[in-house]
Design a protein. Structure first.
Length: 297
C-alpha cells in the first residue's frame, strides 16, 4: 500500500493542534460533501480521503502510530510486539549463546524480521484488527427520528441506522467494521462519535425541551388562544387572563425522544415572555392613562 500523506490531504502541518485538525476537516468536509457535489466523482473521492485523514489524525493514539509507522500505522501494536520479542531474543542470545534454540522465534517474529524457525504456518499468532474511530456530524433535527445514513470510513461506505435521541458526544461501537486482522485474526471495531449541532430555538436537556414564547400585553391581560410550535408540529394553547411574565407551562410528551426507548419522549417547557407595546398612539396613551387612574383610585 502506497504512503498517503494525511497532513497534506487536510492542508495542515505536522505540528498542527487538535483544534487545527478539526477546523481543517470541517471546512473541507463541507466543501466536498456529496450533497453539495452531486454526480461529482472527484469530489466524492476527495471527501473519502478527507474522512480517512481525519479518522487517523483526530485520534491521539492513531496519530502517534501514523507519525511513527506511516502507511503501516494500523499494525503498530504488532510491530511493537515483534520488536520487544526481538530485543528479548537478542538478550537471551547474549546471556546464553550455546543454549539458543531456533524454535524460540514466534511465527510472527519470523515474518517481520526474518527468523529461521520452520514451524508450520498453522501455528502463526493471530492478531485482532485495528479499531477505527470516526466522527459523524448531524443537526439536532436529524436525530429526532430513527433513520439510516451512509458513512464513509477508510474509503468504504457503511450503511448505519441512527437511533432517535442519540446525544452529542455519544459513542457507539459497531463490531467487526474495523481493520482486517492478521493471520486470520478477527476484525477490529468501528467507534462512531456523534457531533450534534443544535440550531433550533429549543434548548435540550435530559430529554426535555425548553423554549420561550412571546405574548403581547393584551393577550396576557385578557386571555386568549394561541398557536405555538413544538419540535415537529404545532399545538393550540389557551392563555389564562392575567398571565404573568415568566409563567411556565409544561406540555407532557412533547419533548425529545428518549434514546433506545421507542415511543418515549421528554416534556416541552414553555416560558411566556410578555412584550410591552411601543410607539403608542395618542388614543392608546389616553386609554392607558385612564386605566392607570382606575388602578390608583
Amino acid at each position: 500500500m502506497a504512503f498517503i500523506d494525511y497532513y497534506k490531504i487536510l492542508g495542515i502541518k505536522k505540528s498542527a493542534t487538535e483544534g487545527d485538525i478539526k477546523k481543517a476537516y470541517r471546512k473541507l468536509a463541507r466543501k466536498y460533501h456529496p450533497d453539495l457535489n452531486p454526480n461529482n466523482k472527484e469530489a466524492e473521492k476527495k471527501f473519502k480521503e478527507i474522512n480517512e485523514a481525519n479518522e487517523v489524525l483526530s485520534h491521539k493514539e492513531n496519530r502517534k502510530k501514523y507519525d511513527k509507522y506511516g502507511k503501516d500505522w494500523e499494525h503498530a501494536e504488532h510491530f511493537e510486539k515483534a520488536e520487544k520479542q526481538q530485543q528479548y531474543q537478542q538478550s537471551s542470545q547474549q546471556e546464553s549463546r550455546d543454549g539458543f534454540n531456533e524454535s524460540d522465534y514466534s511465527d510472527f517474529f519470523e515474518s517481520m524480521f526474518g527468523g529461521r524457525s520452520s514451524r508450520n504456518s498453522r501455528n502463526s499468532i493471530k492478531f485482532r484488527g485495528q479499531d477505527y474511530h470516526a466522527e459523524l456530524q448531524l443537526n439536532l433535527k436529524d436525530v429526532y427520528k430513527t433513520h439510516k445514513r451512509t458513512l464513509t470510513v477508510n474509503g468504504k461506505n457503511i450503511r448505519l441506522t441512527i437511533p432517535a435521541g442519540v446525544k452529542n458526544g455519544q459513542i457507539i461501537k459497531i463490531k467487526n467494521y474495523g481493520g482486517e486482522g492478521i493471520n486470520g485474526g478477527p476484525k477490529g471495531d468501528l467507534h462512531i462519535k456523534f457531533a450534534i449541532t443544535n440550531n433550533t430555538k429549543f434548548k435540550l436537556e435530559n430529554g426535555n425541551l425548553y423554549t420561550t414564547v412571546e405574548l403581547n400585553l393584551y393577550k396576557a391581560l385578557l386571555g386568549s388562544d394561541i398557536t405555538v410550535a413544538t419540535f415537529d408540529a404545532k399545538v393550540r394553547l389557551k392563555i389564562k387572563p392575567e398571565t404573568q411574565n415568566g409563567t411556565k407551562v409544561k406540555l407532557k410528551g412533547k419533548g425529545f425522544p428518549i434514546y433506545k426507548k421507542e415511543g418515549s419522549f421528554g416534556d416541552l417547557y414553555i416560558t411566556y415572555q410578555i412584550i410591552t407595546p411601543t410607539k403608542l398612539t395618542e388614543k392608546e396613551k389616553e386609554l392607558f392613562t385612564e386605566l392607570s387612574k382606575l388602578r390608583m383610585s
